[in-house]
Design a protein around this ligand. Structure first.
Ligand code: HEC
Length: 150
């Protein structure tokens, strides 16, 4: 065994290592992309109203107070699982009514409670938002968030 690393051996390790890890990185990136598109995202139920609901969500910057699947602000509850929290799995109609009633009833003006503004959304916008939140709750997040609470 050589006592010292020769210049060419060092070069080969550098290039070989770089190429190897670049290949691993590329493969993982491709895997992630296809996982997101084919497994994690429920594309078959990605309807027009879900897309419209996302636009309502963006127009009113709900993310400035809320988080969605962990991303966003931590002033108000996580909404990625709000559909499940409102019992959407057992009673989709009940959850829809509950969520819409909640948004219509804001702000509660209850002393000492953080407040959500009134956005004066139309019936259509509210339904689209609920469709968006329902769809979001079906994204396979590998168990995130860990609990049901927001
Ligand atoms: C200025 C901050 C703020 C913005 C912007 C905001 N919210 Fe909220 N939201 C809150 C707060 C605070 C609460 C919790 C209030 C409470 O529990 O009394 C809340 C609660 C909710 C809840 C009920 C969550 C639960 O678990 O019961 C829903 C649904 C909701 N918001 C939807 C939205 C949507 C949709 C938007 C955008 C159109 C939005 N919020 C924008 C502050 C905000």
């Amino acid at each position: 065994m050589a006592e010292h690393l020769t210049k060419s051996a060092a070069r080969n390790i550098f290039y070989g290592g770089s190429i190897f890890f670049l290949a691993v990185f590329t493969a993982l990136t491709i895997h992630t992309h296809f996982y997101m598109v084919n497994v994690a995202t429920d594309e078959s139920t990605l309807t027009e109203s879900v897309a419209r609901g996302k636009h309502v969500w963006e127009r009113h910057s709900c993310i400035n107070c809320h988080s969605l699947l962990g991303e966003g602000a931590y002033f108000a509850p996580e909404l990625g699982n709000v559909w499940i929290r409102y019992g959407g799995k057992q009673s989709p109609e009940g959850a829809r009514l509950g969520l819409k009633a909640w948004m219509r009833a804001q702000p509660t003006r209850i002393e000492g409670r953080r407040q959500m503004p009134q956005f004066n959304l139309t019936e259509q916008e509210l339904d689209d938002l609920v469709d968006f939140l329902e769809w979001t709750s079906r994204i396979n997040t590998l168990g995130w968030p860990p609990g049901i609470s927001g």
